[in-house]
Every structure is written in C-alpha cells, then in structure tokens.
Write a protein that binds this ligand. Structure first.
Ligand code: SF4
Length: 471
C-alpha cells in the first residue's frame, strides 16, 4: 500500500470523482443546499456534514494544537469525528475545505487537517481545497480530480446569490409571519425550484437571475405578517462563527426565541471584499497588468449581480443589502482599507451598515485565537459608537471552554439595553401622542369658546335673518 507523507499527501484523482464521497463541513445551510446540488450535477458525490455535539471540540483539541483558532479546531474536529464514527467507508471518502488564499490562517487549515489525519492514522484520505485560484499558485492547492471551471464557478456564484437572498428575506419575514412556518415553507420551495432550474441550465446568467430574484423577493413580500414589535439585532464576526450554528452555539435560533429580527450580512459582500483586496495588493506591491485586469473583471461581474439583487429586492417592501462600494466608503476615516486579514475592515463596515439599516443592536461573534477579528471587531467597537452613538454592540467569545450560558447571558444583557431603548421610544411615542391629544383638545376648546362670538357676529345674524325670511 502506498505511504503518504505530509510532503506527498493523498491526492483526489480524476477516477475518485466516480468512486469517492466528498464530505464538506456545514456552514451555511441554505447556500450549501444549492451549492451541493450544483456540484452533484457536475458529477461529484457530495455530502454536507451536520454532525454536532460537545465531543467535536474535544476531538479537535486532541488532533490540533490548542492555540489554533476555534473555527479550524471545530472543522477539523468535526471531520475527524465523522470519519471515526464508522458512518463512511474510509477507502471511498474525501474531505473538502475552503482555502482563502489570503494572509490569514484560513489558507493553512488544509495543512492542519492533513496533520490531524496523519495523527489519526487516516493519511490515505484525500483533502480537496475549495478555492478560486485555478492556477494553484501562492500556496493554494489544486487537485487533479476537482476543477472549478468557469461554468461551474458561474453556477456556484448564482447559488451563493440565491442563498444570500433567501437567508436575508427569510430573516426579515419569519419573526412577523401571521401563520407559523409559512416563511420556512416558502424558503424550502424556493431551494427546490432553484436546484431544478440550475439543473436545467436556467438561472445563472444575470438576466435570468434578475427575473428569478424578483420572483423570490415578491413571494416573500406576499407572506402575511402580523403587526408586532421585534428587537432588531445584527450579527457580524468571523465568517465561520457568525454563520455556523456549530460555531456560535445556535445563535440565530437563540435570537429568534428572544423575539428578535436577526440580520446576518450575506456572503457576497465578503467575496467582493476578498476580490477587491487582491486588487489592493497589486496596487500596493505590484503585479502583472493582465492579472489586475482579470481580477478587476471578476469584481465588476460581482458588482453587476449585486446591483441586480439590490434592484430585485428593492422593488418590494423588504430591505436589500447595501452596495459594496457604499460599505467601502462607510469606513473612510475610521479604519484603513489596508486592514485586510480575516474579515478585515469589512467587519467594521458591516457594523456601520447594520446601524444605517436600523439594526442598532449588534452581536460581534469572536472566535478564540482570531487576532484579525479582535482588531476589526472588538477593537473597533468604541470607534463605531463614537460615530454612531445609538450603537448597542456586544462582543461574544466562542472557544471550547466558553460555556454557552455565559454567551447567552451577555446577549441577554445587550437585549435588555435594547428593550429599554424600545421602552423609552414607546414612552416617547405615548408622550407625543398625549401632547398631540392635549393640543387637539385645546384647539377644540378654543373653537367652543368662539361659538357665542360667532353667533353674535352680525354676518351670522344677517345670514340667520335672511334664512328665516326665506323660510
Ligand atoms: S479569520 Fe480568524 S478564525 Fe478565521 S482563519 Fe483567520 S485567524 Fe482563524
């Protein structure tokens, strides 16, 4: 049997496309449901791993150094523990994780995962890097059996856009729905329909996407809602921890149970930020003009489909996302665009975007060992509050030793502040209503006082006299 080392790891070959199941750790349930279908239509056998439980972090700690950032620890722990569970044939399985290509550790998770596989005696299992760098440069890997050709990339981009739209609209409508479960029903129907349409090669070109995105927005806007008040809460933070319920201990569900309307910015903004930062690199450090033109064309394409999504949602009563260019401008004078590790300045921009959209209460999800997000998230909270004094932000730490109850208590404390605000606003509204009522009463009384004067008015008398003579 062939021996695999860290220098010469097991590769995902072309033949494995037909024989191996690729396991992908769950992060975004709506997006991944559509992306999985796109990959399966391209001939890959893909399964999304939802495996949860307290033992995952412990498995991660056993196979990864304990100063590794929490998302890497969880993802690796989840994959090793599903392999050890006996649920899959270990000779016909491969793993897939994203490789960001930036300066952050997300580019090196793949090496940590291979080390963990060696430690667990599973080094024969190939690991596939999911990335946009088709050339396999800058430490970014390519596998002979997995190719993201331009057509597949366009379809995956469409899956991501529809995922963003469904997630955003679902979150806006669900807390107010008149008939419980209606939003999730519409959402499930759309996932199925999008999968069918993409399979029939419809819905991934911008003009088709626009038509489909408009229909989606209209169907969510048509869901009957109740006139109830909800606390608006935005969620920002490191990309894995803010989206993955395994990473954030079911944060979204917890907020919904607290009668909140939750807003989590979509993936498109992060993707545009990542592409834009490649341009920033070329501008700062040099690079070929051909590469610059290629990356710029990619950013323009994303801006185009972003515009399409904004216009589709903007035709309804629901709130569309903010254009990327505006988010970029929001941080001018607050944080430099050179701060680009991890989520970079985008995290600060998203807090400002949320406040602009009325989500003054913000949970900033901070994973253990994540320096970039401690700088751009927790580190920028005071500055954000200086610019937007109504901001009510709480940073919540996620790590293997942080008890869930502590995290929820911190959020409850933030919500108590928010509800106080709502209470003050309601009192103000009541006070305003009382003032208006008093003013209306005063004017009414003044009019009443004027009646005898009016009756004694000669003009009124003459009218009265004329009328009586007529009668
Ligand atoms: S952004 Fe933070 S959590 Fe994510 S890979 Fe980088 S250091 Fe780790």
């Amino acid at each position: 049997m062939k021996r695999f080392t860290l220098e010469q790891p097991a590769l995902f070959t072309k033949e494995m496309k037909a024989t191996h199941t690729i396991l992908v750790p769950q992060m975004l349930p709506i997006h991944f449901a559509i992306m999985k279908s796109v990959l399966m239509d391209s001939g890959y056998r893909v399964e999304i791993i939802d495996h949860a439980g307290a033992e995952i972090a412990q498995t991660g700690l056993r196979y990864v150094h304990n100063d590794t950032c929490y998302p890497a620890l969880l993802i690796i722990g989840q994959l090793i523990s599903i392999l050890q569970s006996g649920a899959y044939d270990l000779n016909h399985v491969a793993l897939m994780i994203p490789q960001s290509g930036g300066g952050c550790r997300a580019s090196n998770y793949i090496h940590l995962l291979r080390k963990a596989l060696h430690k667990a005696g599973l080094e024969h299992i190939p690991v596939v890097s999911f990335n946009m760098n088709l050339g396999g440069k800058n430490g970014i890997e390519s596998a002979p059996g997995f190719t993201l050709n331009p057509m597949l990339l366009v379809k995956l981009a469409a899956a991501m856009i529809f995922g963003d739209e469904l997630m955003s609209l679902g979150n806006q409508v669900r807390p107010y729905e008149a008939c419980e479960g209606e939003t999730d029903k519409v959402l499930a129907q759309w996932i199925e329909e999008i999968n069918t349409l993409l399979r029939r090669n419809y819905g991934y070109w911008p003009w088709q996407m626009k038509r489909l995105a408009t229909r989606i927005a209209q169907s969510f806007a048509a869901i009957a809602i109740r006139d109830v008040q909800r606390t608006k809460v935005g969620v920002v933070g490191e990309i894995y921890v803010r989206y993955s319920s395994l990473g954030n201990n079911g944060l979204e569900e917890f907020l919904q149970k607290q009668d909140c309307e939750c807003c989590i910015p979509g993936v498109l903004g992060y993707l545009m930020f990542s592409v834009d930062m490649r341009l920033e690199d070329i501008r700062a450090y040099g690079g070929s003009s051909l590469k610059y033109a290629g990356v710029n064309a990619c950013l323009s394409y994303l801006a185009w489909i972003e515009g399409m999504l904004i216009s589709a949602i903007g035709q309804t009563s629901l709130q569309p996302p903010t254009p990327y260019q505006h988010k970029r401008e929001l941080v001018d004078g607050i944080i430099g665009h050179g701060s680009k590790m991890g989520e970079g300045w985008m995290l600060t921009a998203e807090m400002l975007e949320l406040i602009e959209q009325g989500y003054n209460n913000i949970v900033c999800a901070q994973p253990f060992g994540c320096l970039p997000n401690h700088i751009n998230g927790r580190g920028m909270m005071n500055r954000v509050k200086e610019v937007q004094p109504q901001a009510n932000i709480v940073a919540v730490d996620y790590d293997p030793g942080a008890p869930r109850v502590n995290q929820e208590n911190r959020i409850m404390l933030m919500l108590a502040g928010a509800n106080q605000e709502v209470g003050i606003r309601q009192e103000e509204q009541q006070a305003n209503r009382a003032e208006l009522f008093a003013e209306a009463l005063r004017r009414q009384q003044e009019r009443m006082k004027q009646i005898p004067e009016l009756l004694s008015n000669p003009f009124m008398h003459s009218l009265h006299g004329d009328n009586s003579s007529d009668g």
